[in-house]
Write a protein that binds this ligand. Sequence first.
Ligand code: CP
Length: 324
Amino acid sequence: QRHLISAADLTRDDAVLILDTAEEMARVADRPIKKLPTLRGRTVVNLFFEDSTRTRISFEAAEKRLSADVINFTAKGSSVSKGESLKDTAQTLEAMGVDAVVIRHSASGAPYRLATSGWIDAAVINAGDGTHQHPTQALLDAFTMRRRLTGRDTGLGQDLSGKRITLVGDVLHSRVARSNVDLLHTLGAEVTLVAPPTLLPVGVTSWPCEVSYDLDAVLPKSDAVMMLRVQRERMNAAFFPTEREYSRRYGLDGDRMAKMPEHAIVMHPGPMVRGMEITAEVADSPRCTVVEQVANGVSIRMAVLYLLLGGNEPAVTHTRTNEE
Ligand code: CP
């Protein structure tokens, strides 16, 4: 594939190849010099029309670890605020000879438009579009699950067959939930969504997953529980759930976490709203993988960039041989 727009576009073999390549990339992070020459001479633009902390920083770290030239673009302070269109912005970048564009946009479909419009030749990687997709987030989540539930050394080549994954909260506005449902289904996991009826999208019954309204009943049957942020910025104020009622029914606190199997992990894509969907006790517990997910995000993004831009050369083994 030339682009990464949606987790739904990945086959099981595509996804396992990315996860296995990310394991190779993670070894680079264990070295004293965390850098490979793989993308030397290639230029990657990080095109962020919407705020981000984790995704933006980890893409930049991944690009720099692969020795790419990096251009960071944020809509704030650019000519977008003067009314410049996505097409004109893209063509400005194309004129500079860009090899890949990492794009985050509040409009669902913006990365697809960029990839299929003919405006640019570069590879397009979706870093989150509206409520639609966030494929590298789903990949780093799957990578974290595979490591924690299958094992770092025994997981290579494996998918998540039979693992029971529960996603809790604001599914309606969550591109993370959509991407995870698609990818986890492809990887053989059994996915359950738990959410208030008002925060479930129309048509969710056709998604490849179960739906429940009873978090306490689902927790003992979960290998991983992913809490989703309540996205107030995408909601009409009239539909805000009250914090107290929401956390009573759908929040994860220490008592609820104790209902999970001993091996089960708690995940969150970030940013977390402590107190609403997750208590500080749970967020800071060793069972919570939120910081690990961020670190794994760099390896996943290195793997995606390498596989889209790096050609057919081996990623780490070849480079290490050259260095030695
Ligand atoms: N998980 C995630 O996408 O976080 P950011 O919005 O901070 O990038």
